[in-house]
Design a protein around this ligand. Sequence first.
Ligand code: PCA
Length: 204
Amino acid sequence: MNRLLLTGFEPFLGHRHNPTESIVREMDEEVVGGYEIIGRVLPVDYKHAAERLLTYVEECKPSAIIMLGLAADRTKITPERIAINVNDSVEDNNGNAPEDEPIVPGGPAAYFSTLPIKRMTDALLENGIPAEISNTAGTYLCNNVMYSVLHVLEQNNIDTPAGFVHVPPTFEMTLHHSAHTGFPFHSIRDSIRIMINTIAEAKV
Ligand code: PCA
């Protein structure tokens, strides 16, 4: 059976949870849209995240790759359009805080997601889930792993669809922060299934 590598991240920057970690743990070995899901958690660490992810890609030889991350200030599911060649952020979980650093020295400025992000967004909206395409994945770990994977796939002429999706916080995470309301956890998880089904249909 074709495999789909689904990655999430551990908690970071004072967030006690990262819903993407729970989602990939729960969905590991689940079959969705004809794919066996391989769910893996990545460290929020510039030195190890991309390296770990690329090891998982080598090991599982996936037919599609979806990387997930938390965007604590977003209120929609946001498939990312583009990853840029820069690390520039506050600290990761090991105290690294790069400034204006290329991810791949001399590499292209950016890579576009190769997932069907329009169709994924439309499918989410049709299912009543707030969603929109995001035009920036930031300059932290999420952008870093998205760029790194797309770079390696491109360099090796591998046409595996790959991309990143940021998810909003859960209800529980926003209980004590009144700025906005999060999503029920099960809605975030359902949205991942909907996007995977869309990718499966797009391949036919
Ligand atoms: N979100 C962060 C890193 C880990 C995560 O889940 C980001 O948006 O870069």
